[in-house]
Structures are given as C-alpha cells and as structure tokens.
Design a protein around this ligand. Sequence first.
Ligand SMILES: Nc1ncnc2c1ncn2[C@@H]1O[C@H](COP(=O)(O)OP(=O)(O)OP(=O)(O)O)[C@@H](O)[C@H]1O
Ligand SMILES: [Mg+2]
Length: 410
Amino acid sequence: MLLRDVLAELASVHWSSLDDELCAIAERTTTALSADRVSIWRYDVTRSAMRCALLWEGERRPLPATELSERGTPAYWQAVHEDRTLAIDNARTSPALAELRATYVEPLGIGAMLDSGIRVRGDALGIVCVEQRGAAREWTLREQDFVASIADRVGMAFLIDKERRLTAKLEFAQRMESLGLMAGGIAHDFNNYLGVILTNAELAFEHSSGEQRDELSAIIDATRRATSLTRKLLAVARKDVVHPQPVNVGDAIRAFLPMVERGAPSGVRVALSLAKDPLVISVDPTFFDQLLLNLVTNAYHAMPGGGVVTIETGLVVEPGTTPLYGIGDLPAVAEGRFARITVRDSGHGIPKELLGHVFEPFFTTKGADGTGLGLSVVYGGVRQHGGYITVESQPEHGATFDVFLPLSDV
Ligand SMILES: Nc1ncnc2c1ncn2[C@@H]1O[C@H](COP(=O)(O)OP(=O)(O)OP(=O)(O)O)[C@@H](O)[C@H]1O
Ligand SMILES: [Mg+2]
C-alpha cells in the first residue's frame, strides 16, 4: 500500500476510542515502513519528560518503564526537538543516541530510527518513534514525510480525545445537576412532613401504653429511616447544612478504622498507607466518616471472595492530570493544595460503560440491596466542600476512588 493511501485510510475511519486509534496508527505505520517497532510517547505534566503511551511490535506490547527526559538524554532530546523529523540511519553510531546506546539501542538491537514530534496548534505533545532492528537503513525523504504526517494524525487523535472527554464531563455535570435538583426538591418538602410525623408519633408514644406503643414505635422506626433517606437526598442535592472544622485526615482515618474493620467481611483486609506529614482539611467530620464508610462499604461489596481495601492519603499540589476514566468536574481547573484520600479495592471492578454513572443518584447494580445513593452523597458532599472525586477501574482488577479535598489554611 502506498504511504499516501495509508494516511488517507487512517483519516477516513471514525475511531470510538483513543486507544483503538493509536493501535491502528501504530500497526499501519509498522507495516507501511516495514519497520519492527513503533512507539508513541507523551509528555508528562512538567513537560520535561516523556513516557511511552503505546508500544507496538507486531502487536501491542507492555509499556517500557523507560522515561525520556531532557536531563537524562540531553543530546537525543535536543535532536528530536530540533527538526520536524529525526532520521537516524545508523543507531549504533549516531551521536544523538549516545546516551541511549548501552541501555536501549544495543540491548534491543536497534539499527535505525525515525522519530517525529507530535504537535497540535503549536503545542508539543510527544513523539512518534519508528525503529528497525538489525542493520542500518537509509530513510528516504518520503518516509520522513510520512512519519511527520503520522505524528500529525496522532496529534489529531489526542485532540479529539481531549474534546471527547470534555464533552463527557460537561454532560456528566449537567446530568448530576438536574438529578440533584430533582432529588433535593422532593426531599426538602418531604423532610418537613417527616419532621411533623416524627414529633407527633413520639408525643403519642409518650402518652400511650400496651399494644399501641408497639404500633407507634414501628411508625417511629420507619419515619426515622425515611428521614435518613431524605437526608441522603439533601446531601446529594448539596442542600445539607455542613459544619466544616479543621480535621487531620490521618487521625480521622485511624480513629475510623476500628469501625470499618469490625464490618469487614471475612477474607477482607483493610490496609492503611497514610502520608507522613499531617494533612489538615476543613470538613464536616460527620461527612468525612460518611465518605469513608460509603467508599469502604462499596469496596467490601465488590469483593465477595475476599481481598484488600487500601486507604491511602497524600498531598496533591495543583493536580493537572486527568485519570484515564476519571469523572468529576474537572481537574483541569482545580488549583491549590489538596489532600488526596484514595480508597482502592481488589474487587470485581466497574465495567467501562458504567463508570460514568456510578455517582448518579439511584444508580445501583445491587438490586433491592442498594439505594444507589452512597456515591451520590459522597459526590454531593465532596463538591460542597470544594473538592472533587474521580474513579478509575479495570474490570476484574478492582476500583480506585480518589477524593481531593482542599487543605485548610490554618
Ligand atoms: N468499589 C466498587 N467496586 C465495584 N463497583 C462499585 C464500587 N463502588 C461503587 N460501585 C458501583 O457503583 C454503584 C453505585 O454505588 P453507590 O454506593 O452509589 O450505591 P450502592 O452501593 O449500589 O447502594 P448503597 O450505597 O445505597 O448501598 C454500585 O451499585 C456499584 O455498581
Ligand atoms: Mg454504596
């Protein structure tokens, strides 16, 4: 197939995910150039290092741990950023690869390399790297042009993916907002009626005796349960009154631990990995416990066969990264210093298509056993405290919930 046709074909397909598109690009590039390996590298947030996002060698390969950095490989770094493409005919003698020779070029037996920077709207995003094993090879101008166009294609794929994520986030925020409004609107009035019912039932209970007492006590019980449900709905709608106060995250988690450990199903262990330095946030302590309880309980439910729940904390300064399947309003605009509270389990995980729904009120996969309000309460409360929450999950490999709450100034 002509190089031109490969580009035309790649441009004509509508890919449903970034991953599919990158794999297709890498596969076609390998074939079109009769090369052995194609890798796609992306800058980290600091822009002084790149990590491999995809490695293709006949098929998708596990990502190498190698990091390319300006500090570690200055000659290569400069060479790859100098021109549109970096064509290395002989990898064994090229000065640009001197730093990578012993750790990369020699062990992999790389003979020639053809790299091109990925740029979108003037922004450098990473590089595409084509490698041939064995002998040296003279890259033609046509091939160099081709790789530059492939890098553009990858840049376009990154851009489309970013826009797709933004749209998904916006839709999610709107959905949460309207569901929250509805839940909150009903709950508010309902809660007032329940208050009247409860007060009167309690009064009647005081004045009653015998069988009537049993009946009234059943009414009181049910009303209390209904009240707790409407409180959840109010929390979802962020209409709940909160009383924030300085809370040391580590202390609060340690104090809370015995309670969750008592509730742990057999075969489930709770592990702590808390930041050494104190993290003080301004939070309603009742909400903080509720947050942990909901996340840990969900983790328990996801591990009927046993496993480990890890509660981890850390300090995050200006989080700028978006996790792969993160949902929440926007790390991109979050600024400042946050305490990260992570609850990770080794359970069955959450299918990709459901990830965007778990925070919605009433969304549950537990049938009658779940109200589907746990995570929406957490979401509402976290937002109310000026924080955000994200979720990541690989089905069969557990789920990770990251909560970010702003550090208090005191
Ligand atoms: N750690 C987890 N692992 C796998 N799935 C999860 C996890 N946490 C939440 N989920 C999914 O998200 C859904 C919503 O969770 P949420 O806590 O809001 O409601 P619930 O747990 O179903 O009901 P409730 O909290 O009222 O008991 C769950 O039904 C489950 O499908
Ligand atoms: Mg739950």
